[in-house]
Write a protein that binds this ligand. Structure first.
Ligand code: AMP
Length: 372
């Protein structure tokens, strides 16, 4: 999950699908438990926000019930100053029935109070309120809320039926208002030997970004014989990927070290689907995002030649042995290449011809960077 933009505002992931499902299930269970056996309640959803919650709730309730929806509409009364609030949508006879109001989120409680008063005057047997979310810091009414799914901070939320000026209702998760992203974060992508490191050195100065090469950080740790270095060495020497957990934690630490950066060029990271997901979640949590993946596309044969040539001077064990080089490509093709689709689905993939002089390629990349 990454941050989303609705109209002029940005929202960051707040409550995941799985958690919402759990909360809804729990609410439905509690309501059912406390109803007398054979009682057929009328669930009344408050539109528009509650439509997804109501749909999921009544499926979890899994018992005989009636379902209705209402909307509170304001009309101008006969006198121009008079506002009349009317509940639209209830056609059932609810006299002597158990009415259970389904609300998506309660903040000040003003609207709900009006709806509650209208129902209370209709001679119902019982009137209960279920709210998926509740903002205790701003609630100002005496109204009894019988069931609360989750109490949350007083910040604007969207998703799972809730909108900001009409948008956002379709997202299956809940997002919370955040500030606009400040960073420019770019994934420089491509197979081993594509020239990512070389290009990043130019680009970081041109755009005032911090360059993080996970390969370089591992090599630095190996040189200094740290615990991390010792662990990574056995994978790197064979041309295998270092395990995700180790790599992800290291990457996060490198980002944290540069908290004030204008942004980052990620080189050699992410290399697996779970690294990509972890990076998205990590940045989203800070209200930041990946602006784009810029990929250097170079035919594999040319790459092997380049790597063997580099191996003559780089001193890298994984650059000198053709078998190990082939294994790195195998790792790339089986675990990393799929990330093209991952970013393309988010409309963030930019492929670049990586064959040519260093300066030519820098120019091609810069044309893309300028648009991100
Ligand atoms: P590089 O310098 O990017 O070619 O990386 C050299 C080696 O470091 C790789 O073959 C892996 O063994 C290890 N490595 C670098 N980045 C990662 C990563 N994101 N995930 C797993 N292993 C990595």
């Amino acid at each position: 999950m990454s941050i989303i933009k609705l109209h002029n505002l940005y929202f960051k992931p707040f409550i995941k699908k799985e958690e919402i499902k759990q909360i809804v299930k729990q609410l439905a269970y509690q309501v059912k438990q406390e109803l007398p056996k054979d009682e057929i309640p009328i669930f009344v959803g408050i539109l528009n926000g509650c439509f997804l919650f109501a749909a999921d709730f009544i499926r979890e309730f899994n018992g005989n019930c009636e379902v209705s929806f209402v909307k509170l509409a304001s009309y101008n009364g006969t006198k121009s100053t008079e506002k009349v609030k009317e509940l639209v949508g209830i056609n059932e006879d609810i006299t002597n029935r158990t009415v259970i109001i389904l609300e998506d989120v309660i903040d000040t409680g003003t609207t709900l109070q009006e709806i509650y008063n209208i129902f209370r005057n209709k001679n119902v047997k019982q009137l209960k309120i279920v709210s998926l979310f509740f903002k205790p810091d701003v609630f100002r009414k005496e109204l009894p809320i019988d069931y609360i799914g989750k109490s949350i901070a007083d910040k604007f939320i969207v998703g799972y039926g809730l909108d900001y000026n009409g948008l956002g209702r379709n997202y299956p998760e809940i997002y919370q208002l955040t500030t606009a992203p400040k960073m420019k974060n770019i994934v420089l992508f491509g197979p081993p030997g594509a020239g990512k490191g070389t290009q990043a050195e130019f680009l970081k100065d041109m755009y005032n970004l911090v360059h993080i090469s996970t390969g370089d950080v591992f090599r630095f740790n190996i040189k200094n014989a740290t615990e991390l270095g010792l662990l990574a060495k056995k994978y790197m020497d064979e041309g295998d990927l270092v395990p995700d957990e180790v790599t992800i934690n290291m990457l996060k630490a490198e980002v944290e070290k540069n908290a004030d950066a204008n942004g980052f060029i990620f080189d050699g990271f992410p290399r697996t689907q779970s690294q990509a997901e972890a990076l998205d979640a990590f940045l989203a949590d800070k209200g930041e995002q990946i602006n784009g993946m810029v990929a250097l596309e170079v035919p594999e044969d040319l790459l092997v030649e380049r790597l063997l040539e580099r191996g003559k001077t780089s001193g890298r064990a994984d650059d000198t042995d053709e078998g190990k080089i082939r294994n790195r490509f195998n790792e790339y093709n089986t675990k990393t290449a799929i990330l093209k689709d991952y970013f393309a689905e988010q409309n963030k993939y930019y492929g670049i011809n990586g064959v040519g002089s260093i300066a030519e390629i820098t120019k091609r990349i810069a044309e893309v960077f300028n648009t991100l």
